[in-house]
Design a protein around this ligand. Structure first.
Ligand code: ATP
Length: 233
């Protein structure tokens, strides 16, 4: 579904991505693990069109999308849940959800909003609350719900569990599994390596801008080097 080859991204003279090759098969969950500063967010932002690569190609559903803007990609079926959630804090929960479908011209948006609200009951109770006044976990649920309203084929998630309490983290990972089971392919960036490897089918390890390991998640979980570096030994 997604095929990235030789991707290189720079911030001025600093090279943050040094030739990334990565594939996401339709229907799967793929995770990217890596320490702070490894380049995970840069990779997500390059795929979603927020940063322009200097080299390399991004293909989605067999077509080249390198250099496409985020709004073009969302129309093609790629939605993004950014790190830190990027809620529209001064807008209500309902308005945030409506924003998720801003580009849609079909008449099923209201129906989709009702469905998403059923899936995230916490949002039902808070429809008119300002997003910025909700807890971190609730905002993360809203960010995911909002991305789903784009009806994505591929959902990119940047550290959805960051800064959340363990019980909420468990809910978020359950939600990720559930979204995937209802037909959405997921590319997940996480520092919570253990949970990410449990939920994903395939994983990549990113270190200072390069992929240094990849494989089926059960293999990565058994790799002693990865266990030591990312799973606490
Ligand atoms: P984190 O988990 O901390 O978000 P990350 O793996 O997502 O880390 P990136 O944010 O992609 O890492 O950063 C990759 C490299 O690019 C780091 O060396 C970082 O310092 C550098 N970098 C990131 N953003 C910028 C920027 N706006 N200007 C210059 N350098 C940047």
């Amino acid at each position: 579904m997604l095929n990235v080859t030789g991707l290189e991204t720079f911030y001025g003279n600093i090279q943050a991505l040094k030739g990334i090759d990565l594939k996401v098969d339709e229907g799967s969950i793929v995770t990217i693990l890596g320490a702070n500063g490894a380049g995970k967010s840069t990779l997500m932002k390059t795929i979603i069109g927020l940063l322009k690569p200097k080299q390399g190609e991004i293909e989605f559903l067999g077509k080249k999308v390198t250099g496409n803007r985020p709004d073009q990609l969302i129309r093609k079926g790629i939605a993004f849940v950014p790190e830190g959630r990027a809620m529209l804090a001064e807008m209500s929960v309902m308005e945030n959800l409506e924003m998720g479908a801003y580009h849609r011209k079909d008449d099923e948006v209201d129906q989709d909003i009702q469905q998403v609200i059923k899936r995230f009951p916490i949002l039902e109770e808070r429809k008119s609350q300002l997003a910025g006044t909700m807890s971190g976990g609730q905002q993360q649920m809203l960010a995911i719900a909002r991305a789903l309203l784009a009806r994505p084929k591929l959902l990119l998630m940047d550290e959805p569990s960051m800064g959340l309490a363990p019980l909420i983290v468990a809910d978020i990972f359950k939600m990720i599994k559930d979204i995937n089971e209802t037909g959405t392919t997921i590319l997940l960036v996480e520092q919570n390596a253990r949970q990410a490897l449990k939920v994903a089918d395939y994983g990549y390890v990113l270190e200072t801008g390069k992929i240094t390991a990849e494989g089926k998640t059960e293999e990565l979980l058994e790799n002693p080097r990865i266990a030591e570096a990312y799973l606490g030994g």
